[in-house]
Design a protein around this ligand. Sequence first.
Ligand code: BTN
Length: 249
Amino acid sequence: MTETADLLGRWAGRAAVRLAHVDSTQNAARGEAEAGAPEGTVVWADHQTAGRGRLGRTWTDEPGAALLVSVLLRPGPNVSCLPQISLLAGVAAAEALGAESGLPVRLAWPNDLLVGGRKVAGILAESVTSKNAEPVVILGLGVNVNQTRFPESLAGRATSLALEAGRPFDRERLLRALLVALEGWYGRWAREGFAPVREAWRRAAETLGRRVLVEEGLAGIAVDLAEDGALLVKTDAGLLVRHVAGELV
Ligand code: BTN
């Protein structure tokens, strides 16, 4: 384990822990939180042996090729806005990765990052609450950076920045850019609320205007992102439904 001071920023990355390998940076960051680490503490690793994604999925990586990072946030009472934190992280990541790579990085609801319709990064926001301690959010981000191939099971669905741009990327530089963007968007959300995040998400969204399947037998057109972050879908029967959790099928 290496303790690297000052990855950058006023708070995001001021304390950073870099690991050669770990089960999940989410678990390691939770350990840091329980030990009293400050907001903005970053845990990142070259390889995870039990990386996890949303909805109980596994998140696999090629050692040394991906950016695998968890950021500790202490949003206080705003912890109840976990979906909004997750959406603002998507906006920040799309902005940072787009600027660093020159690629058109788009967002699929809730916050998959896509290039050319294939997933290049994913976000997992987990909250940890307990009776006697302040709630914390562990914001996990996995970016496919320098992979040149993917397992058969992900064929056609996953890509990497290197595959799309035709050149490798420096992961630490990407991490710095991500943290700067996160610091900016998290601060803006805390000051101004969800409205600016919502506007930015809508501009970067691949999902809006597309036909989506909300659940078996319920399909329609994704028409907007609601003021609280839910996806609004106009069903084939003409009803407007809110899709708040899970994902599109
Ligand atoms: C998803 O798209 O389902 C979210 C994937 C999140 C993966 C990252 S990698 C760093 C952090 N540690 C984990 O175990 N998961 C997140």
